[in-house]
Design a protein around this ligand. Sequence first.
Ligand code: UDP
Length: 239
Amino acid sequence: MDEGKPAYKRVLLKLSGEALLGELPYGLDFKKALSIARELKQIHELGVDIAIMIGGGNIFRGSRGVEEGMDRVSADHIGLLATVINGIALQDALEKEGLNTRLISAIEIRAVAEPFIRRRVLRHLEKRRIVIFTAGLGSPYFTTDTAAVLRALEIKAEVILKATKVDGVYTADPLIDKEATRFESIKFLEVIQQELKVMDSTAISLCKDNDLPIIIFNLNIPGNIKRAVLGEKVGTKVF
Ligand code: UDP
């Protein structure tokens, strides 16, 4: 590993909606979006192509609607639109940092975002624009994790960087079990067999079948995204 040289040329960053919560109990903290944008600028300056899949859990998750009696498809449509709201905020924050961006939505919302057209997205990345994917895959019954993996494969990203609020993958929930230890790396098969909470099973299987590694790390530690991109040991690598 060369000092200061990125380990990857193209990455897909999966940001959960919660990443934009900041100090808030609910909703969207623009200050948090700005701090993420500052970190992304540093990676962009290293020459790394960046695509982001943004979640919507800070605003609405389909499962919540279903618990309250809503039809799954309607609930997921609301969840999908929540991701677009987050995407707009993130785009604005990245632009405040002087970065060129394109907002893509898997559901057509022409006034706000471009539709997903793979070759056009590849062109954006070649032109060094940061691509923000919203509305997951545009279909209910999926998560933005699965959408992140599929888009990463389509744009030939070399790794998925999954930014979360924990330090990586643990043997058990570290908040409940004080003996829990973190894996530095772990194989996909072990994640599946041990039912470790990394991503949903569809997303993990898709990564495994296509040899797409995932790095799970804590977004709340400043500099972590850059460390992951530089190939430094951070969080847990699933491969
Ligand atoms: N969703 C969906 N299809 C997709 C991606 C997302 O229906 O391809 C809906 C689903 O209801 C989900 C919500 O959008 O709960 C928000 O996405 P997610 O829960 O993955 O967001 P995160 O947990 O990353 O914030």
